[in-house]
Design a protein around this ligand. Structure first.
Ligand SMILES: [Zn+2]
Length: 152
């Protein structure tokens, strides 16, 4: 579970892919974000990983944004909803029902196909280029491979 190693390997793979295929600039930036994110995603199953903190901070940020901007209730109610949201997010973060290894781990090869497949459907509905799913396969797959190599 060394996030720096996964980032370095992803960067190497990213520049290799980008230099071979010569994608346009905006596509390359989006691909970069997806590749780095998906190369760190498997460690969401580790209670002390950086990616778990980052995902839950982002989750809380977006929920707060939604409550502050979109919810049409008075200030007292917004504060109450935010406090409940904070507590629920914290408990979900703390007690996420995943294990770093074994059956409830995200370090299983099936997820290299499940996550990109789900993303493919999501991208198709959101009218986003479905080829981005390939970067998720590369990112997620590179994480599992580098974890395997480090074991030996
Ligand atoms: Zn890992």
């Amino acid at each position: 579970m060394d996030w720096k190693l996964h980032v370095i390997l992803s960067l190497f793979l990213y520049f290799l892919i980008i230099s071979v295929f010569q994608f346009p600039f905006p596509y390359s930036v989006a691909a970069f974000i997806l590749l780095i994110f998906s190369s760190l995603l498997p460690d969401l199953d580790h209670p002390k990983s950086k990616i778990r903190k980052a995902i839950f901070l982002l989750l809380f940020y977006f929920m707060t944004l939604f409550v502050v901007i979109e919810l049409n209730v008075d200030l007292g109610m917004k504060i109450l909803i935010l406090m409940i949201t904070l507590i629920l997010t914290y408990y979900l973060y703390k007690f996420l029902p995943l294990r770093h290894r074994g059956k409830r781990s995200l370090h299983l090869w099936r997820y290299v196909f499940i996550f990109p497949s789900l993303s493919l459907v999501l991208f198709a509905f959101a009218n986003i280029n479905i080829s981005f799913a390939l970067f998720i396969i590369v990112g997620y797959g590179s994480h599992l491979i580098s974890d395997k190599i480090r074991k030996f």
